[in-house]
Ligand binder design. Structure first.
Ligand code: 5GP
Ligand code: ZN
Length: 113
């Protein structure tokens, strides 16, 4: 856990949030500024900056499993949804703790949401 990282704090319950899924490796909670009816952030409990920060395969698999669980519980597994991860400056990454955006519940446009 990185002491100055907000997502480390939320994923490890130092700060509470609106969780929708959790297991040993991963936490998922609602984005505080939702861009779609379903906008959930899926992330590892361990601190990695991006998807290309040497994340163990088991953790990546747990994140994909969490996406499936979230999509089912949010009711977007059938209607469709989008998974994105902003990586670095050109993608506009704001929080430097790896997270997947799960977006759905409306017809998504060609930008992020
Ligand atoms: P990104 O780094 O993927 O570009 O953007 C970070 C995302 O995290 C944004 O969609 C923002 O609304 C969300 N976010 C930032 N800080 C918090 C927070 O403290 N709580 C929650 N629930 N979402 C946050
Ligand atoms: Zn972190």
């Amino acid at each position: 856990m990185k002491d100055d990282c907000i997502f480390c704090k939320i994923a490890n319950h130092v700060i509470e949030s609106d969780y929708v899924y959790e297991d040993d490796l991963v936490a998922a909670f609602r984005d505080m500024n939702p861009l779609a009816p379903t906008h959930v952030l899926v992330m590892p409990k361990e601190h990695y900056e991006t998807i290309v920060d040497g994340v163990p395969a088991q953790t990546l698999a747990a994140m994909v499993h969490a996406v499936e669980e979230v999509a089912k519980s949010e009711g977007v597994a059938e209607t469709g949804f989008r998974v994105t991860t902003n990586t670095g400056a050109d993608a506009g990454q704001v929080v430097q703790h790896l997270h997947l955006h799960v977006l759905g519940g409306k017809r998504l446009t060609d930008d992020l949401a």
